[in-house]
Design a protein around this ligand. Structure first.
Ligand SMILES: *Cc1c(COP(=O)(O)O)cnc(C)c1O
Length: 374
């Protein structure tokens, strides 16, 4: 059966910007310079200005952005980096790719982001950095995290892969810590049509190091100043995200409107996500509800033609590759969330009647199933 409403749809976002993207692509193809060229440079400037930082460095993807951000600040082997288990595996993989050791802490069950007091209790003499994740488009408690980090002399690296444009009192994610990492994977709020990523920082030294690290440690061609890697951003992807950056705020506004529509029907049921405070601009990368019998709710929605997803079904510390990691405490909120969460359809091109259909369908199914929500 054809699904009436997908969980996300990057193709519709391409179609919405097709004329501009196609002409930008044509220019790149005809110009003949395909990697780290004028579009990458222009996009770095535009994105740094958007985030509100002095420097941006384009890289190959979001995972590399985190790894290179860590390495730029001098973090590596033997250093502990505190992050959450309730995140994309990429967050933890990136820490290990930098040679550092991830230590996992629990989330605040209301916001799905790092519990700042759990972070504080997890600090040891080996801790060098904290890596909060702005999951689902919500701003993690960065002000608390930054002030604890300052007290202990720790570096703050923000994982902004799900929070392009999210802000607290007008200050955007990526500008709170020492350095931030973005992914432009096609399904993100700002998505390329392939892989792409970005490092943002106000620290000129970190930016310079990131520039060297992304291309073999080269300052001058063929001469490596430090051991580096290849994680370059290409002109085609940069030209695409440049076009889409112009509509990011409008796209995020559409996501908020869909979220409000969902809230209107689902908040009375008790399964809607907690509201963000007025000073926070939530960008709803995902709209995540919680119910008791999650699998049967998803099946029933699927039968009604509504696709859903789970971000993420198994917390990182319970995955075979990462069971060896140290957790600070039992991660109860993380494990409970992983069993109860459902990501509803969320993409800026969704029509109002589709959003209402999703909300009404969830309402019916959750009531039928007698799910205990909240
Ligand atoms: C998508 C994502 C990443 C990784 O980005 P890639 O571009 O896929 O490497 C890292 N962290 C989070 C929270 C993400 O959602």
């Amino acid at each position: 059966m054809m699904l009436a409403i997908p969980q996300c749809n990057p193709f519709l976002n391409y179609q919405a910007h097709k004329t501009d993207i196609d002409s930008a692509l044509r220019l790149v193809l005809d110009k003949g310079n395909y990697i780290l060229g004028e579009n990458v440079e222009a996009f770095e400037k535009e994105f740094a200005a958007y985030v509100g930082v002095g420097h941006a460095v384009g890289v190959g993807n979001g995972t590399d952005a985190i790894t290179i951000a860590l390495l730029s600040t001098g973090i590596g082997k033997g250093d502990e980096v505190i992050t959450v288990s309730h995140t994309a595996t990429a967050t933890v993989a990136a820490i290990e790719l930098a040679g550092a050791t991830a230590v996992l802490v629990d989330i605040d069950p209301a916001t799905f982001t790092m519990d700042a007091s759990e972070f504080k209790s997890a600090i040891t003499s080996a801790t060098r950095a904290v890596l909060p994740v702005h999951l689902y488009g919500r701003v993690a408690p960065v002000n608390e995290i930054v002030s604890i980090a300052r007290e202990y002399g720790l570096v703050v690296i923000e994982d902004c892969a799900q929070a392009h444009g999210a802000a607290m009192r007008g200050k955007r994610t990526g500008s709170f810590g020492d350095i931030g990492a973005f992914s432009f994977y096609p399904t993100k709020n700002l998505g390329a049509l392939g892989d792409a990523g970005m490092i943002v920082t106000d620290n000129a030294h970190y930016a310079e190091r990131a520039r060297l690290l992304r291309q073999y440690g080269w300052q001058t061609r063929y001469i490596s100043e430090i051991p580096g890697r290849n994680s370059r951003l290409d002109e085609i992807q940069a030209s695409i995200v440049r076009v889409k950056l112009r509509s990011l705020d409008a796209d995020n506004k559409c996501r908020r409107t869909i979220a409000q529509t969902y809230d209107g029907v689902l908040a009375p049921l008790g399964c809607a996500p907690a509201n963000a405070p007025a000073e926070e601009s939530h960008v709803y990368h995902q709209y995540v509800i919680q119910v008791d019998n999650r699998d049967s709710v998803r099946d029933r929605l699927m039968k009604k033609g509504i696709a859903t997803a789970i971000h993420y079904p198994v917390p990182v510390h319970l995955q075979p590759a990462y069971r060896r990691l140290r957790c600070a405490g039992p991660l109860k909120a993380t494990e409970r969330a992983a069993q109860r969460i459902i990501s509803l359809p969320m993409f800026p091109e969704m029509r109002m009647e589709e959003a209402l259909l999703v909300a009404e369908s969830v309402n019916t199914v959750v009531k039928d199933r007698g799910c205990k929500a909240g």
